[in-house]
Design a protein around this ligand. Structure first.
Ligand code: SF4
Length: 747
């Protein structure tokens, strides 16, 4: 599509198997200190499985490095399976229970394989926190035990790195009129730049003005001028990219893996061996990143960066003023810049009208709506289509002017002016790509879901259009499992009742299985859950789903108060709904405080990181969390002795993508509940349950306030997934006595 102005980058790596050969190096890469080592790293004929096992077996050097390190049979099984999959070019599903030490179990064979074959292995995580953990804890261990040079790198999405040219440009505009909070934010960025080794936004805790400024100073392909940039050599993004091209093991994230797949592999260095950790998120991430989305606020921000304040500010008015009467080569583009300014002014109301019309399609009380043929005669839809058609015409006109400006930017010799011209064309490209997605909202297909979402209120009201594949299994089969020689999927929760059927079906692994190219392994946790954990289900609890939020909160508040008293705080409650969390927090906060327990609730007392930090620093506290608290939280020992699960974590089937998937299953004669809702909820439940026992010495209680766990046929699927833990079922009063008794045995 000629309206999609995406910058085409050269393919930096044409040979996936010879990582360090000079002829396949990206032209932007710089020579690495490690180049001289690479020949000696290779040990032809080495058995990766045996070498890896020796590093984790009885003679492991880790005993001297990591205090309390124990040889774990499950970890060794996993190491061997990973090594075999890499060497025999097969795919592998490996579920490794909590405490297996799974990151070392894949990193060691991955590093040895990369060194032996002079190739690279890519590891992908879902969360930044796991990446940080690998960098801070596992990389140093690996470097010590391998006893030979190994290059291990973290590579994040481009927008995580600062663009120094843009920051420099922003600073030019700072003056007496700049608000004080922005001045402080800019000073903070400058101080940070003197210290940061990676120029990565995770090193900053961005809030307020700094968070608002970041999108204007982040690295982006559309506005990057590459070698013409005065900051090219020290550029953090290009240095990270060059390091990733040189690395033996590159750790990145699922979103980048799928963005790379969508961009025909122009984002990551070429690879043939991939390991997904936190693989239970692969379907969700593939659905999101192989699809498209466009948000009203993003479009307005881009329009504002081009022209704002009635044409007084923005990159286009700035360029127009600069080129007016100038002798610069780019002055020939002045009339094109004026045409662009007029076009942007014309576009803004069309963009707003289109999004407003889409948002009005959504019935009151709903947050999302799938676009279907049934809307064809709806007045709001017709309004949207008219605006979209006009928008397309304006975008076509803009394209001519944009290419004139781009040509001028190519010819311009003044660095700073070149940068601003490319900023303008880059913002236009990005805007055009997004708006073309918006214009295609009516292109419906049986395989894709087009849907609209509204959220927030007032100035923060967000309207967005999304387009996602209903079934990613075909895409993944073709572009991942057929295209790569080894893909390893690992997580603590991939199976249901010991079987991997759900994940195989969901991710498109059936063909690989039939071809004998798929192995699987379940590694039991070294923890003795049946002894270390007590699972309780009060059987006299009311059905919360049949009560109002206030009634449920009143009842839950009282029950959680009693439990917190029995366990002396150290309690975390996991909710499935923010509304229920807030209502219960209101009921329970003061009574808990009167008992001397600190209380923290996600969203009410801070974000996830803040409330977790507060909870950790108060030994007898009570913590409430919703969705993101069900996984990735590590509270070992006495930090958490009682975990409350308010309801079984079923996702409501109302979301357009979920609903479309369910419809498809039902149309194929399969029950959406048994084939989709239940396996997904079991995985989530196991993740939540997994927050309790984090070390071999932990003991604790899980109380589930949802009788369906023991009163329904499907409830048994949840219980059977808990490694032998049998529920204690009884009236609530008995449950509290049993909890007290169990915890007293521990004390
Ligand atoms: S090279 Fe590109 S990303 Fe890096 S500072 Fe320059 S413009 Fe920004």
């Amino acid at each position: 599509n000629q309206l999609v102005f995406s910058a085409v980058q050269s393919d930096p790596d044409k040979n996936p198997t010879r990582k360090k050969a000079r002829d396949d190096r990206d032209e932007n890469d710089e020579k690495s200190d490690e180049d001289s080592d690479w020949q000696s790293n290779s040990r032809p004929g080495e058995n990766i499985g045996a070498s890896s096992t020796s590093l984790l077996g009885e003679q492991t050097p880790l005993k001297d490095i990591l205090p309390g390190f124990e040889v774990r049979a499950g970890q060794i099984d996993m190491v061997q399976a990973v090594a075999t999959a890499l060497e025999e070019s097969r795919h592998l599903i490996v579920e490794a229970g909590t405490g297996t030490g799974k990151s070392l179990a894949y990193l060691i064979p991955a590093a040895l394989y990369a060194l032996k074959e002079d190739t690279r292995v890519v590891v992908s995580t879902h969360t930044i926190s796991l990446q940080d953990q690998i960098r801070d804890r596992d990389f140093p261990t690996l470097r010590t035990v391998l006893e030979r040079p190994v290059s291990l790198r973290i590579f994040k999405g481009r927008t995580h790195y600062v663009c120094m040219r843009k920051l420099n440009q922003e600073l030019v505009g700072v003056g007496f009129g700049t608000p004080a909070d922005e001045l402080v934010a800019y000073m903070g960025f400058l101080v940070w730049l003197t210290q940061t080794p990676e120029g990565n936004r995770e090193e900053l805790s961005l809030q307020g003005s700094a968070a608002e400024i970041w999108p204007r100073i982040q690295s982006e392909s559309e506005t990057c001028i590459g070698k013409r940039c005065p900051f090219f050599r020290p550029c953090y993004y290009f240095r990270a990219r060059a390091a990733a091209y040189e690395a033996d093991v590159v750790v990145t994230n699922h979103s980048l893996v799928f963005s790379d797949m969508k961009a025909d592999h122009r984002v990551l260095p070429r690879y043939d061996k991939l390991i997904f950790d936190e693989a239970h998120h692969v379907e969700e991430e593939a659905t999101k990143h192989l699809g498209e989305e466009v948000h009203l606020l993003q479009c307005l921000a881009l329009l504002g960066r081009l022209v704002r304040d009635h044409g007084r500010h923005g990159v286009l008015p700035e360029l127009a003023a600069r080129l007016d009467g100038s002798a610069a080569r780019a002055a020939s583009a002045l009339s094109a810049i004026h045409r662009l300014m007029e076009g942007i002014v014309e576009l803004r109301p069309l963009v707003e009208r289109s999004f407003v019309a889409l948002s009005r399609l959504i019935p009151r009380g709903q947050a999302e709506l799938r676009l279907t043929d049934e809307l064809a005669q709806n007045a709001q839809w017709l309004e949207f289509e008219n605006s979209a058609q006009e928008m397309e015409q304006v975008l076509l006109k803009l394209e001519d002017a944009r290419s004139v400006v781009e040509d001028a930017a190519e010819r311009e010799t003044e660095e700073d002016l070149t940068g601003r011209l490319f900023d303008a064309t880059g913002f236009l490209s990005e805007l055009s790509t997004r708006l073309m997605t918006l214009c295609r909202a009516g292109e419906l297909s049986e395989s894709w879901v087009n849907w609209v979402e509204v959220s927030g209120n007032g100035d923060k009201r967000q309207v967005s259009l999304h387009r996602n594949p209903i079934d990613v299994s075909r895409i993944l089969e073709e572009r991942l499992f057929d295209a790569k020689s080894t893909v390893i999927l690992t997580s603590a929760t991939l199976s249901m009742e010991g079987k991997f059927d759900y994940v195989k079906h969901q991710l498109g692994l059936r063909a690989a299985e039939q071809a004998g190219k798929l192995a699987s392994l379940s590694v039991a946790s070294p923890f003795r859950f049946e002894r270390q954990a007590l699972l309780c289900v009060p059987n006299d609890v009311p059905e919360l789903a049949k009560m109002t939020t206030e009634e449920s909160a009143a009842w839950l508040g009282e029950s959680i108060y009693q439990l917190a008293r029995a366990s002396r705080g150290r309690l975390m409650a996991l909710f499935t709904s923010h509304a229920m969390l807030r209502a219960t927090a209101q009921v329970v906060r003061d009574p808990l405080k009167s008992l001397g327990f600190e209380f923290f609730a996600q969203g009410l007392d801070g974000n996830r990181t803040a409330v977790l930090e507060s909870y950790r620093s108060h030994p007898d506290a009570v913590l409430f969390g919703a969705q993101s608290f069900w996984e990735g939280i590590d509270l070992p020992g006495d930090q958490l002795t009682t975990l409350v699960i308010v309801r079984l974590p079923f996702t409501p089937p109302t979301h357009p993508v979920t609903a479309a998937r369910h419809q498809r299953l039902e149309a194929a004669g399969k029950s959406a509940f048994w084939h989709a809702s239940l396996p997904e909820a079991v995985v989530r439940f196991r993740q939540g349950f997994g927050r309790l026992i984090r070390t071999v010495n932990d003991r604790g209680v899980v109380v589930v306030f949802d009788k369906r766990l023991v009163s329904t046929r499907y409830g048994a699927s949840f219980v059977r997934s808990l490694a032998g833990v049998k529920p204690f079922v009884g009236p609530e009063q008995k449950v509290i006595e049993r909890v007290q008794e169990f915890l007293n045995e521990t004390r």
